[in-house]
Design a protein around this ligand. Structure first.
Ligand code: DC
Length: 229
């Protein structure tokens, strides 16, 4: 298929807590496009590895094999996109701190990232795809028609995550979350493979003081210059 015949892609990259998930879901709804939550893909590998007792430091081969044949499906549920792992809804387990930490460790392994490329690229289907992640514009879809890098201050992102976890009944401490987020940011930004940095041709949008609607509208404005929407 010629490049011009392929479904268009809008990538939304950035650190965790910048609002990529909410923004991507809204954009997908407004445009009627498909959505890829690539963070959920890494989280699913982490959760499946934890469930199977795979030691990331010892059993790389088992981890890569798991990533290659990941029993993962995205379904449209009443509450947005739901993730099914091993045939069961992953639900809140996917967002727990234990899985977040494990996902960040799994995501630094180049063999695992390579094993997940086909699964992610397979999501590029008509009428278009909103791809949410860290390396969507740099590695997975370097030819995306529009690339956005969404950022927000670490204080603001830690506060958002705190509220989110509290509302789910998790016992968390804000200062601890702030430190964890700083450490995770650094790991994601400075890692050798697929670091969380804007693509050279990405538009940087800061959501620290911009409400969700404002961010969505700004991206729709950018999209309307590039896509036939
Ligand atoms: O966005 P998130 O918090 O759900 O991502 C979970 C982890 O996966 C996080 O450590 C970053 C990593 N990740 C990645 O390396 N590449 C992506 N495209 C998406 C997420």
């Amino acid at each position: 298929m010629a490049v011009s015949d392929r479904a268009p892609v809008l990538t939304i990259d950035g650190p965790s807590g910048a609002g990529k998930g909410a923004v991507s879901a809204r954009l997908a709804q407004r445009l009627g496009w498909n959505v890829l939550d690539s963070g959920a893909v890494y989280r699913a590998v982490a959760l499946a590895a934890l469930d199977r007792g795979i030691d990331v430091d010892v059993d790389r081969e088992a981890l890569v094999e798991l990533a290659r044949g990941l029993p993962l499906a995205f379904r449209a549920g009443s509450d947005g996109i739901e993730v099914e792992l091993d045939g069961c809804l992953a639900g809140d387990r996917l967002r727990s701190e234990a899985v977040s930490v494990m996902a960040s460790r799994v995501a630094v392994l180049p063999e695992v990232r390579a094993a997940l490329l086909d699964l992610q690229r397979g999501c590029r289907k008509p009428p278009g795809l909103i791809a949410d992640g860290r390396d969507m514009g740099t590695i997975v879809f370097p030819d995306a028609e529009l690339k956005v890098f969404l950022q927000a201050s670490v204080e603001e992102r830690a506060k958002r995550r705190y509220k989110q976890l509290k509302s789910k009944g998790e016992n968390v401490i804000l200062s601890r979350l702030f430190q964890d987020m700083q450490a995770r940011d650094r790991r994601d930004r400075e890692r050798a493979v697929a670091p969380t940095v804007p693509a050279f041709d990405a538009v940087v949008v800061d959501s620290t003081r911009l409400p969700l609607d404002g961010v969505v509208q700004r991206i729709i404005d950018l999209a309307s210059c590039r896509f036939d929407i």
